[in-house]
Design a protein around this ligand. Sequence first.
Ligand code: UDP
Length: 448
Amino acid sequence: VEAMIRDTLSPLYEVISNSSSPAVKFIRSRVERMSERWTWAGKRMKQSRNKTVTPQMKVLLYLGALVGSVGQRLEATVDRGGPLGELVQWADLSACLTILGHNLTFSTSQHQLHSLIGAAPGQGSCPIQRPLTFDLIYTDYHGLAHLHRAMGLAFQHYQILDSFGTEPAFNLASYAHIRGYKTLWGSWGLQPLQYMTMFPHTPDNSFLGFVSEEVVKKEVRDGGLKPESYKKDRIAVVYGKQEYMWQGKSEYVEVISKELEIHGTVYQPPGQTSSLPSFVKNHGLLSQENFLQLLRRAKVFVGLGFPYEGPAPVEAIALGCVFLQPRFDPPHSSHNNDFYKGKPTTRQHPYAEQFIAKPYVWTVDMTNRTDIREAVKSILKTKVKPFTPPEFTCLGMLERVRNYITHQAQIGLLQHGARRQPFVSFLQPMGASLWPPAGASAVQLRWI
Ligand code: UDP
């Protein structure tokens, strides 16, 4: 059966339940907020001359990071400044696959996983005996471990869907062992293309991405605002939802505060006094809608160096902000930075700096007050229009994901018949943000 582009997301609302989980709620409300853009992009795709035919897939989205005790920990941080980037990707992937006409099953339960794939817990070492229900499985590192436990050796025999992820050196257990590339997470021996990242970091892995704001286009489409007509106040919004991210950065932010009023969206635990500099107007963690409203008014979005790039800077640029961030010289890697230790990558990928670049992205020496001041002054003199890289639009993501799926079918990875084998694809946002903490540090778990 051919996958037919849909003009509605209703099949998705049926599979994403009205859950009480804050993470699932976030996913659902994001899908709802963006539904009009998705259906519009689907229509555009239908009209395009590219009539790629893709077989309709039964797809399992197994969000391992939301399962069990790991899931409970993540759920507890959703409303408190914890990582949302992975949820952004899951939301966008599920909307994208639904528009592309595939049939989705969405699961955050190990129990449900076992009933779906027809294996009972504890059957870890037995290859499965019957055909699998799914053509394609998207999961994350946590989910991979669950799938492995449930499907045993058979798991390793699957041809795995491509896309982007872990560096090859960490992926092949024998090589990693000899060269000392041991990590808690790599060494699954998958095709490197099976790992799907948040940014297009490396051709070794696949770029899944997410969808950024494109409000301008919609407004223009509706005959309303022109991109130039955003009314900007003289304010900067800082990228950092938790106080620890601001530590050691006061001087940098203070230099910026001489030119722009500084706004924050930092989660404030009840009863705890804020340690943010007194010049900061903190709104507390905002709903995504309100956060985007704030960015619409801002001239500059200020990176603190950590978090590394996530969806927020791309959204900010799409809403007409300039992204200002500190330079790491040398770039952060597992050789010089604790955050990367134990993760299956050695490198930092400066997408914003290299791919978007000036006039939208300015990278400064955070320790050099003159450098910061000059950059801010130049930014204030420069007019920038809202900009969304095509790869972060609904249409861009639809085309990309359809190409992955089609390509895999064409190269014969999809076997129809009695023993269909699913491809497992991993969501693994950019190296920087997704990894679990090295050792027992307090950094939150950030994976997909
Ligand atoms: N966001 C939000 N409220 C805020 C700040 C950010 O809802 O106060 C959203 C933002 O719109 C983005 C998402 O959080 O889509 C994740 O962005 P970020 O780059 O911060 O990634 P994270 O570090 O959370 O993975």
